[in-house]
Design a protein around this ligand. Structure first.
Ligand SMILES: *[C@@H]1O[C@H](CO)[C@@H](O)[C@H](O)[C@H]1NC(C)=O
Ligand SMILES: *[C@@H]1O[C@H](CO)[C@@H](O)[C@H](O)[C@H]1NC(C)=O
Ligand SMILES: *[C@@H]1O[C@H](CO)[C@@H](O)[C@H](O)[C@H]1NC(C)=O
Ligand SMILES: *[C@@H]1O[C@H](CO)[C@@H](O)[C@H](O)[C@H]1NC(C)=O
Ligand SMILES: *[C@@H]1O[C@H](CO)[C@@H](O)[C@H](O)[C@H]1NC(C)=O
Ligand SMILES: *[C@@H]1O[C@H](CO)[C@@H](O)[C@H](O)[C@H]1NC(C)=O
Length: 508
């Protein structure tokens, strides 16, 4: 035999052995699990790592309300406030996750959600919207009255004297309300105490908060525990809720972050009944996700989850704000906003809340399409593909009967300060492509691959035999095998009786 023949034979036998090996290995594993085990190792070299490090990214769309009948309300001619929504006022947001430590089972990182914030004039309702003038309720005065009513109920008289100079409405630019809102009294107080003078909503909402997560990674911790939180800021309890741990049990108060997620990545292979909670850092709580339905997005089948359910009763520890019982569909956030101001979150326009806003307002248009917050999650990879994270911040007003008449009129109202929507940006094309391959190819390819390995194994063994027989074709081989006409050629395994040779090949 020539050297070339030997090389061919050896090559074919190696190929056969490799295919058989791959086939045998494939019998013992599931490809999707194999891929998921690699994914949860969360390696630095992962192609999706860059996209995660520079997340969250997207647009922050803000909406404010202009009171259009301030005069009529002040004079008592109108019983209800007429409001007009103005927005969106859009900012581009790019976050940053800074990995501090990592080992096989944990990664610790610091999240900076508002690493970069840039106004997008062209995407806003008008390029000069920040210069528009609106009229708003005097939320500093109303917040202070609410707080005082709770802490020192007899102080109403002193309060009125202090706020004599303050009007109940303020007219200024949108920029002022979003970024620079302050009152003379606040400025005075901030010099004497740790009160903050600037209570503008965006100025405070976009301040960097300390967010250091330690989360599970790696197959050792279980694929189903991937990215589930161990600690936040080295604690298991959300810092702002610590006072609640004395009075409430964990099922009455969502303060334990163990097993929750930071909403950047989720474990793979999610089912509709997989328990998922996220840390909602802006409201200092853990927020359970509620599975709604499947939804198609960008060629992927995603699960849709809502953040708040319609008329959901708030957890016991978040059901009052400064002694005011909150209606369903709202929850208290005063312990985590600037100056501990009385405030409660709801869905925008009071959608899905028990507050009968039409007693006090005209002009809200609550609806699920525009106001329900949701997340679309691709369940096989556990990667969020779309998100509209929406909340409205409100000041709940108690009974202000003993205060001056201008304040009394606001009794029992909910005063919205603004609402916002964080719309997650499109994932980079190659991330979506990888997800698509994972969902549509990897999940189904195992039988085909295993079949292919068998075929290759069979073909290469036959090829080796044919080469050994002097380069005969399949017909020649068939004839030889059937008629026992093996000739004088040094063939492989020619000692086998005919019927048993073909069997041996088939088994391989
Ligand atoms: C807000 O309402 C006032 C009173 O109706 C009106 O004059 C003003 O133009 C409104 N602002 C905007 C930005 O529409
Ligand atoms: C990884 O680090 C965490 C703390 O960050 C520690 O609790 C854990 O034991 C470490 N695991 C290994 C395998 O070293
Ligand atoms: C808004 O007003 C300020 C000061 O009046 C001016 O400098 C700025 O150019 C205005 N911006 C727009 C977009 O009109
Ligand atoms: C938090 O939850 C975890 C898991 O449910 C539990 O093991 C842990 O004891 C809880 N910690 C506190 C302080 O409640
Ligand atoms: C809500 O308030 C409006 C206006 O006062 C009233 O007509 C309506 O009956 C109230 N709805 C409920 C459910 O109380
Ligand atoms: C195949 O080989 C086995 C022994 O390994 C033998 O018992 C059997 O008779 C053979 N079959 C034929 C068809 O020759």
């Amino acid at each position: 035999m020539k050297c070339v023949q030997w090389v061919k034979i050896v090559f074919c036998l190696i190929l056969a052995a490799l295919s058989v090996y791959l086939f045998v290995v494939s019998c013992g594993v599931e490809y999707p699990i194999l891929i998921a085990r690699e994914h949860v190792r969360f390696r630095q070299e992962m192609p999706t790592m860059d996209s995660w490090i520079n997340s969250p990214f997207g647009k922050l769309k803000n909406y404010v309300f202009n009171v259009t009948n301030a005069e009529e309300f002040r004079s008592g001619r109108d019983k209800r406030l007429k409001v007009q929504e103005i927005g969106p006022i859009v900012y581009k947001i790019v976050g940053f996750n800074d990995i501090l430590e990592r080992n096989a089972t944990n990664v610790k990182y610091s999240k900076h959600r508002y690493h970069s914030v840039e106004f997008l004039p062209e995407e806003s309702v008008a390029p000069d919207v920040l210069n528009w003038t609106i009229t708003s309720t005097n939320n500093v005065m109303l917040g202070a009255a609410t707080k005082l009513k709770h802490m020192a109920p007899l102080s109403a008289f002193g309060f009125d004297a202090t706020f004599m100079m303050e009007d109940m409405f303020i007219t200024d630019t949108i920029y002022y309300f979003l970024w620079e809102f302050t009152r003379p009294l606040l400025q005075a107080l901030s010099k004497m105490s740790n009160m903050r003078a600037n209570v503008a909503v965006l100025h405070n909402a976009l301040k960097d908060k300390e967010e250091i997560y330690t989360v599970n990674i790696g197959p050792e911790r279980g694929i189903e525990n991937f990215f589930r939180i161990e600690t936040l800021n080295d604690e298991v309890i959300i810092r702002e809720q610590l006072p609640h741990t004395k009075r409430y049990t964990p099922d009455q108060c969502p303060f334990n972050v163990t097993g929750a997620l930071d909403n950047s990545l989720y474990p793979p292979f999610i089912q509709p009944d997989t328990p998922l909670d996220i840390v909602a850092i802006e409201s200092c709580r853990v927020l359970p996700l509620t599975y709604q339905r499947q939804e198609r997005y960008n060629g992927l089948d995603a699960f849709r989850y809502t953040l708040l359910k319609v008329n959901q009763t708030p957890p016991a520890c978040l059901s009052t704000s400064y002694g005011i019982k909150l209606p369903d569909g709202m929850f208290d956030v005063s312990q985590c906003v600037i100056n501990d101001a009385p405030s409660a979150f709801s869905m925008p326009h009071f959608y899905g809340s028990g507050y009968n806003w039409s007693e006090h307002y005209e002009g809200y248009t609550p609806n699920a399409e525009d106001h329900e917050p949701y997340i679309l999650l691709e369940p096989v990879t556990g990667i969020p593909v779309m998100e509209r994270y929406r909340f409205q911040s409100n000041i709940p007003i108690p009974d202000l009967r003993w205060f001056s008449s201008k304040l009394t009129r606001f009794s029992h109202m909910m005063i919205p300060s603004f609402w916002y929507e964080f719309e997650m940006g499109q994932l980079p094309g190659f991330v979506t492509a990888l997800m698509w391959i994972n969902v549509n190819v990897v999940q189904h390819m195992q039988p085909y691959c295993m079949g292919l390995f068998l075929l290759v194994a069979m073909w290469s063994v036959l090829k080796a035999i044919r080469v050994a027989c002097g380069g005969i074709g399949y017909v020649g081989l068939f004839r030889k095998v059937c008629c026992g006409d093996m000739g004088t050629v040094t063939a492989l395994e020619t000692k086998f009786p005919a019927a048993n040779l073909s069997l041996a090949v088939a088994v391989k």
